[in-house]
Design a protein around this ligand. Structure first.
Ligand SMILES: [Zn+2]
Ligand SMILES: [Zn+2]
Ligand SMILES: [Zn+2]
Length: 351
């Protein structure tokens, strides 16, 4: 497996050209009676002012020559170059850090709501166990999280000729200010790899424990591998059968979640354990919510306590059988209410 650099890498992110500016370029091309450019980034065309292959006019001239055998007019190239330059945002300096410690807070990278932090927390354990990493992008100027994605080694599940690499990565589930395609192309550029869009599953599905956003990923391979050998579909091959599951709702549990509910009779997810179990306010032991019994430690206040605590700490009123703190009962064992009801009222005057 190719090792990922451990030190942060400085990269410059060139934001893509806004769609309105792309349309403007195509409008100009149409006026000149020329073929249009693809509206989205492709393997051969990137909507950027600058890439490692050069600035927009240079790449546009090359693209038209290679794709259409057309030599573009220098006046047109200059005009489009000016248009695109004016519409481009400044490059953003970023730091790229690879890590196999997934200890950031959800939301640090625009990833609030990611199910790998809630209902599928066990997925992070599995990604770590399979040699997976996170690619974390930070703003170099402010140090703030910018974007992130998962990287999982997949060479064992690929049906590649053995003469070809002994490693391959798949990148998937991008969060934050970069799309998956942008993350994949930045990684490919930085690590000198080729990124290919693939349909991605784990154990044949994309909505299992390892949830794959939009069912796709990018395969990162060394560029010398012939394109026809690059597969269209990749399976991550991460086994999920051994992962413990909640005995109530069936959701997968992370190690932390198993640990947190170790005093329960069976394994439960945080939601189910909160719904099904409560700590007795008197002794602190965890009991099934349905097994708690009401008592009145103070007049007007109702607590639910475990059976043991009710027997040990409370006493039923002789009349209404409601359990009270013994200090609230009369020497005869009556509660305040029953005493009030049983007390003879003021004597009635004879008519
Ligand atoms: Zn559950
Ligand atoms: Zn108790
Ligand atoms: Zn009573």
């Amino acid at each position: 497996m190719a090792l990922l650099p451990t030190d942060p890498i400085s990269i410059t992110y060139e934001p893509p050209l806004p769609v309105s500016a792309r349309d403007q370029v195509n409008q100009t091309l149409r006026q000149w009676g020329l073929p249009l450019l693809p509206r989205d980034d492709t393997d051969r065309w990137l909507w950027r002012w600058r890439t490692p292959e050069g600035k927009f006019p240079k790449r546009l001239r090359k693209y038209f020559w290679q794709q259409h055998g057309i030599k573009l007019d220098p006046t047109l190239l200059a005009q489009l170059g000016q248009q695109v330059r004016a519409a481009s945002s400044l490059p953003i300096p970023l730091l790229l850090q690879f890590t196999d410690r997934f200890d950031w807070q959800p939301g640090d990278f625009g990833d609030k709501g990611s199910c790998f932090w809630t209902t599928r927390a066990a997925a992070r354990d599995l990604i770590a166990a399979s040699g997976g990493h996170a690619a974390l992008f930070y703003r170099a100027d402010t140090g703030q999280g910018y974007a992130r994605a998962w990287l999982v080694p997949v060479v064992d599940t690929l049906d590649l000729d053995l003469r070809y690499p002994d490693w391959a990565w798949v990148v998937f589930n991008a969060y934050g200010a970069l799309t998956l395609s942008q993350v994949a192309h930045l990684l490919a550029q930085t690590l000198e790899l080729r990124a290919s869009l693939v349909s991605l599953t784990n154990e044949g599905q994309s909505d299992g424990l390892i949830y794959i956003n939009h069912d796709v990923g990018y395969l990162l391979l060394p560029p010398h591998i012939p394109v026809p050998l690059v597969p269209d579909c990749v399976d991550l091959g991460i086994l999920t059968s051994a992962v413990p599951r909640c005995s109530s709702c069936g959701s997968y549990l992370s190690k932390d979640q198993v640990q947190a509910t170790s005093d329960l009779p069976e394994l439960y997810c945080p939601d189910c354990s909160a719904r099904l179990f409560t700590a007795c306010p008197d002794c602190g032991s965890i009991v099934g919510s349905r097994n708690l019994l009401p008592v009145r430690p103070l007049p007007g206040l109702i607590h639910n306590v475990c059976h043991q605590c009710r027997t040990r700490n409370y006493q039923p009123c002789t009349c209404c059988l409601v359990y009270y703190d013994p200090a609230l009962l009369s020497p005869e064992g009556y509660c305040l209410y029953c005493r009030y009801l049983l007390e003879p009222g003021p004597a009635q005057a004879d008519p």
